[in-house]
Design a protein around this ligand. Sequence first.
Ligand SMILES: NC(=O)c1ccc[n+]([C@@H]2O[C@H](COP(=O)([O-])OP(=O)(O)OC[C@H]3O[C@@H](n4cnc5c(N)ncnc54)[C@H](O)[C@@H]3O)[C@@H](O)[C@H]2O)c1
Ligand SMILES: O=C[C@H](O)CS(=O)(=O)O
Length: 466
Amino acid sequence: MYINGEWVKTNEWMEVTNPATGETIGSVPIITHKQMDLVINSAELAFHEWKRLSVYERAAYLHKWYELIDKNAEEIARVLTMEQGKPLKEALGEVHYANSFLEWYKEEGKRMYGETIPSQFREKRILIQKQPIGVVAAITPWNFPAAMITRKVAPALVAGCTIIIKPASQTPLTALLLAKYGHEAGIPKGVLNVITGKSSLIGDNLLQDPRVKKLTFTGSTEIGKQLMAQAATTVKKVSLELGGHAPFIVFEDANIEKAVKGAIQSKFRNAGQTCICANRIFVHESIHSTFIERFVEEVKKLKIGNGLNSQSDIGPLIDLSARNKVQSQIKDAIENGGLIHCGGRVVADNFLEPTVISNVKDEMMVMTEETFGPVAPIATFRNEDEVVNRANNSPYGLAAYFYTESLSRMYRVTESLEYGIIGVNDAAPSTAQAPFGGLKESGIGREGSHYGLDEYVEVKYVSISI
Ligand SMILES: NC(=O)c1ccc[n+]([C@@H]2O[C@H](COP(=O)([O-])OP(=O)(O)OC[C@H]3O[C@@H](n4cnc5c(N)ncnc54)[C@H](O)[C@@H]3O)[C@@H](O)[C@H]2O)c1
Ligand SMILES: O=C[C@H](O)CS(=O)(=O)O
């Protein structure tokens, strides 16, 4: 663990395994209650100094950190693949995507402007200041072990906050490697902290402690709800990036080749283990057979294998329970009339073949539960109103995609879909300068863009009588 600028150990450890091989590739300490108080105290003390630096001084630290991550991207990507499983080419892409948040926020922090507002009284002046909120608790998921951390750390630190990061137990090594380079960048002690251990102990301590002013969580909706309730006990500011269940709609006037390419890209990235993966594919009945033929042809080209193998397109699922959950969705679809066009079988322990299922009904598990795996369920639809209603019929509202060549349809459907992120003929919308986040039970707040910076500041109103 990295606490107050030092590498800290304990007597208890937990192992980190490679999901592709089951081998133990490392171990990390299990934090104690006493160390929880140490890390919160360190972050609190550091905050009072860190916030006094100019944003240009803070940005300079982020710039050095950015340069070190860029220089060591291959090393970080290899560790990421070893503990998370994604193909090395995807892991390297994630490291650069993660670093883009440092690059973007080190400049955006310099635009954290205040305001003056005209008063109706001659003798009064109205001043609006933006100030850092304080100590931030960041709890992150295993599917993007680098990007889900820097998407929080970059705006938090440049705004003047200090941060305590708890990475997922499955993927702590990437977080610790990022901290190593943050240390080498000279980030002052107590500003950046990475702790590991039992989730509930860490969560209980962070969320009950009044010195922690903000919770930023990325993970499942179930855990997000639990943490939001715990944060309420000390009225912490909360940002939640939660589950998704993206509809992917192919209208009759779509460019089918673009739609097939986009569906492959969205569905099978990270073996389908991303919050914005296409989860429900809706194809207009008039082009269904053409789409399926081309889609299955391309899916069959995908190569499954260890992420360290440069030929692999699809790595393992994170663990056996994840694989079993996806398998149960496939089984339910088949039992209810779904037709398997390819895949559906376990290749080895955590490896599941990329699977395409047609004749899918909206009541099936695969169409109602988040599918964190390489399974593409395809349903047909007759008209725009029908498919928009079906697409919106979900407790989730994170990402949605649709393919059309019609400008008027693009506006109609974009305005009707109840999702925070919409890709129109585009299956890869994520970028640092744009706001990422969802509606409904997909979360609260945004990450990335200037909206993401606002999550780490308080707005102070100063009324002056002269
Ligand atoms: N919206 C987004 O930006 C986004 C991004 C990535 C993943 N996700 C979602 O995350 C989920 C997959 O990630 P996951 O399996 O790591 O999610 P998860 O909710 O199981 O765990 C997320 C994090 O919370 C921690 N955690 C679990 N229980 C806790 C507790 N009681 N107290 C404190 N911390 C606790 C975990 O250790 C992990 O670090 C999916 O639902 C996916 O959609 C969303
Ligand atoms: O899994 C969720 C991630 O936020 C997806 S992305 O890498 O930001 O597109």
